[in-house]
Every structure is written in structure tokens, then in C-alpha cells.
Design a protein around this ligand. Structure first.
Ligand SMILES: *Cc1c(COP(=O)(O)O)cnc(C)c1O
Length: 475
């Protein structure tokens, strides 16, 4: 064994302790750390001929990058849809790396642990047992996996086995949606169905949810044409939900595959107050739910639930590899999802579900929604802002209350100011043609105090934008 490996093996405990201490120090400072920062470009790195050992690498990491660690998992990072990491999820994640089981290896505990975790998740979301789940790296891959099964189904409607014959054999691929997430469109490209296969249906007035009448009309205009419908269950700007029950009811008259993108909106199912947003999702063919968002496990983790795992098997099986066994006889997750070798991604989810239970997640969801509502009300009251949409769940979509011609300029300065100050982070967006921003609250750490701090910070940043205060006084 190389001498430096030997040294690290002898001091393994010490390195783990140092890393735990370093992590604990970071986590203790989570509330004070800036949530965002302009990170400089670093000098070019050179691979050393002779290594320095783990402890020195940790020191080098701290010297080189320590000052730039930001609290993107912290309580006032409202960008994108970003969860934090619960204590138990972190413990599970560390263990997953320490154990380093390949979840593809059925001779290990990994398989049973994944199965058990998927059972717990199905119960968390009250999904029927007919749904089989798989773990993937994120909602993008989950949408990809669900749409791959949908593509297989679409082919079979035309007498084509796409997994064998390829997408070129497919004709007239139509994927309908009203407000699909960009990752759905990306998946269409990756799956060879093409971005142009997307038919964008109109939404209800002032909403991001589909106008179901338009879907009915499309069906009437295209009698008997099998298609894929991707339902939005929580859009990123306004957390709007398609009327999934009404859409699912159309399946009785017309063949289509219903995929539900519930990346974070799926967590409406954990609270009786919001469950109705998902009415009918139990009739879907496939469902996407992210774990690294509202479940608050570390990146990267998501699930895809489907009623048609046999179609996944047709797409993803490792055929003809003797050492993997017959995919049809010997169930293994590697034949149902894109990846083969995989980390034990289920373990952080298992830990956090066992540690906090259904009640814990109900509380996180209900508190985050209440905080988002309070944030929305306060922003509108302040006079500096106006809401671009009512606050439906955990996202506040808003903009500066300046005159239209000055809005893009003011918004840019405002967002730059926020990043520099690092107290609260939001992401820019455009909603209904109006430039604005969105704050997504899906972190277990966020308290009412954080929400109040965020309100003060947003008002104070708005007041500092040149011209804003003048406009307010003129009003
Ligand atoms: C976040 C999100 C995705 C993509 O998820 P990743 O985890 O970033 O791959 C897809 N759909 C919706 C609705 C999302 O919010």
C-alpha cells in the first residue's frame, strides 16, 4: 500500500472527527453565513505528483474555499426550489458513503433498504400500492424515466417496440402540457421524441393550470391519436396545479399516458389542508417527486412512481448480461431506471422519514406555506412590491412596485444588491410577461423569525435602489 494511503488508514478516525468538527462548525454558523456571494475565479489548479493526505487536504480546502461557503441550505435561501438537510438525513447520507454499498448489488442489504424506503414514501404521499417506485438523481431524471415508459407505451399503441426499434420507428409523437417544467422539455430531447413534439395547451385565465376544455378540444380534433399528457402539480412560479382528476377522467374516452410532475407539489399530499390540489393523481400512469426539495435530504435524490413497471423493464433492462441474471425473473432496480451502479440514495430518506415521521413533514409543509403567505402579505403591504400571483403554497411570485419602463433596470440593481448583502436569496423570473422574482420556502430550518428578517431585508434593499424611494413618496 502506498505510504500516504497507509498513513490515512492509520489516522482514519482522526480525519473523520476533523471532518465532523468542520461540518458541525459550518452548520452552527448556518444562520449567520451569507446566503449568496459573488465567487471569484480561482487560479488554475495543478494535480500534485505526491499527495498530502486527508488532513492536509481538508486544510487546503478550508484555505482555498472555506471563505466562500454560503448557506444555500440555510433558512433564508429562497432561490429555485431548494430544501435544506435535516439532521437525520445528513446522518443517513454520511452512513451511505461510509458503507458505500452499490445499490445495484442484490446480494447486499441495499435492495431491501430501498424497497422499505419506497414503502414509507408511498405511505407519506398516500399513493396506492399499485405504484412501484425507483430512486433517481433528481426530478429531471424522474421526468425522463417516467416519459421513457410513456414513450414505450406510445410505441405499443402503434405496434412498435421503441426499446428495440428506436424512436425513428415512431410516428406522430405528441406530448401535451400547459406549463411544463423545462426539464420535461429537456427529457423530450434526451428521449429522441424531440422538443417539437410538445403541444402547449392554453391555461385558464390568470392561471398556470391547463384549461381542460382545450385538452378536450384537442382530443376531439385528433380522434384516436394516442398521446402523452404531462400534468403540472406545482409550477415553479405560482405552485399551480392542473385539475388532475378532470384530466384523468378523459382517459376513459381516449387513450393517453398521464405523467404528473409533482417535483415539490407532491408534498401537498402530506397535509389535509393541501391534499385536494392533487385529487386524481392516484389515477396517473407515472409520477415525479423530488426528495432533495421538500423532503430536505441532501442532493441528489428523487423518486419516480409508476403503475407500469413492466414498460420501464422493457426500456431499462440490462439484457443479455449473464452475471446480472434474467431481468424478468430476478427483480433489480437497475432494470427499471437509467443508472446501473448507484449509491445507496435511499438511506438519507429512510433516516429522515423514521426520525421525523408523517407529522414532522406535515409541520414543515404547513409552516413553510404559512411563512410564504405571511411574506406575500407583508411585501404587498410595504408598498415597495406587488404580487404577480396569489400565494398558493410555498412560492411568492412578486416584483418591484415601480413604473413599467423602469422595472427591468430597477430589478437588476435590486437583485444584485440582495446577492451582495447575502441575507436573503430569491431567483429572477418572468411571469405573465412581467419581469419579477420568486421566493420558494421549502426548508425545515426556516422560522417565522427568518421570514420577518427576510421582509425587513427585502424592504431595505428596495429602499436602497436609486429612484425607488422617490417613486414611493410621489405615490
Ligand atoms: C425542480 C423541478 C424539476 C427538476 O428537478 P431537479 O431536481 O432539478 O432535476 C422538475 N419539475 C419541477 C416542477 C420542479 O420544481
Amino acid at each position: 500500500m502506498n505510504a500516504i494511503f497507509r498513513g490515512d488508514l492509520a489516522r482514519f478516525d482522526e480525519l473523520l472527527q476533523q471532518t465532523a468538527d468542520y461540518s458541525a462548525d459550518f452548520l452552527r454558523r448556518m444562520n449567520e453565513l451569507p446566503v449568496s456571494m459573488d465567487v471569484p475565479a480561482f487560479a488554475e489548479a495543478h494535480l500534485p505528483e505526491k499527495g498530502m493526505g486527508g488532513t492536509a487536504a481538508l486544510e487546503l480546502f478550508d484555505n482555498r474555499f472555506g471563505a466562500f461557503l454560503t448557506a444555500s441550505a440555510g433558512p433564508r435561501y429562497f432561490g429555485f426550489v431548494t430544501g435544506g438537510v435535516t439532521p437525520a438525513a445528513l446522518a443517513g447520507d454520511w452512513l451511505a458513503s461510509a458503507i458505500d454499498m452499490n445499490a445495484a448489488d442484490k446480494s447486499s442489504l441495499a435492495f431491501s433498504l430501498e424497497k422499505e424506503t419506497l414503502q414509507l414514501l408511498r405511505q407519506l404521499f398516500s399513493l396506492p400500492e399499485a405504484f412501484e417506485g425507483v430512486f433517481v438523481s433528481g426530478a429531471t431524471m424522474s421526468n425522463f424515466t417516467g416519459l421513457a415508459a410513456a414513450r414505450q407505451w406510445l410505441g405499443l399503441q402503434q405496434g412498435i417496440n421503441v426499446a428495440e426499434q428506436g424512436t425513428s420507428a415512431l410516428q406522430n409523437v405528441k406530448v401535451l402540457a400547459a406549463t411544463p417544467h423545462s426539464s420535461v422539455v429537456k427529457a423530450l430531447s434526451m428521449l429522441g421524441m424531440g422538443r417539437n413534439s410538445l403541444v402547449t395547451l392554453p391555461t385558464l385565465p390568470g392561471r398556470e393550470a391547463v384549461d381542460v376544455k382545450a385538452l378536450e378540444q384537442w382530443i376531439a380534433d385528433n380522434p384516436g391519436t394516442p398521446f402523452i399528457y404531462v400534468a403540472a402539480a406545482g409550477t415553479v412560479n405560482t405552485v399551480d396545479f392542473d385539475d388532475i382528476a378532470a384530466i384523468a377522467a378523459l382517459k376513459n374516452k381516449h387513450p393517453f399516458w398521464l405523467h404528473v410532475d409533482a417535483a415539490f407539489g407532491g408534498f401537498a399530499a402530506v397535509s389535509p389542508r393541501f391534499r385536494h390540489f392533487l385529487n386524481g393523481w392516484e389515477l396517473a400512469d407515472s409520477i415525479t417527486i423530488d426528495a432533495h426539495k421538500w423532503l430536505n435530504v441532501p442532493y441528489d435524490c428523487a423518486m419516480m412512481f409508476s403503475r407500469h413497471s413492466h414498460l420501464q423493464l422493457e426500456v431499462f433492462q440490462n439484457a443479455g448480461a449473464a452475471y446480472l441474471g434474467d431481468p424478468a425473473q430476478n427483480f433489480n432496480f437497475i432494470n427499471y431506471a437509467p443508472e446501473n451502479s448507484r449509491r445507496l440514495r435511499a438511506l438519507p430518506a429512510w433516516f429522515t422519514l423514521r426520525a421525523y415521521g408523517a407529522e414532522g413533514y406535515r409541520d414543515v409543509v404547513e409552516q413553510n406555506v404559512m411563512q410564504a403567505q405571511r411574506l406575500g402579505e407583508a411585501l404587498e403591504r410595504s408598498g415597495y412590491f406587488r404580487l404577480l400571483a396569489p400565494v398558493k403554497m410555498c412560492v411568492v411570485c412578486f416584483t418591484l412596485n415601480t413604473e413599467e419602463s423602469k422595472l427591468p433596470g430597477h430589478l437588476q440593481v435590486f437583485l444584485q444588491t440582495l446577492v451582495k448583502r447575502g441575507v436573503v436569496y430569491v431567483t429572477p423570473t418572468v411571469y405573465g410577461g412581467v419581469p419579477g422574482m420568486r421566493a420558494a420556502l421549502v426548508n425545515w430550518r426556516t422560522t417565522d423569525k427568518d421570514t420577518e428578517m427576510a421582509i425587513r431585508e427585502l424592504e431595505s434593499a428596495a429602499a436602497s435602489v436609486a429612484g425607488m424611494s422617490a417613486i414611493l413618496t410621489n405615490n
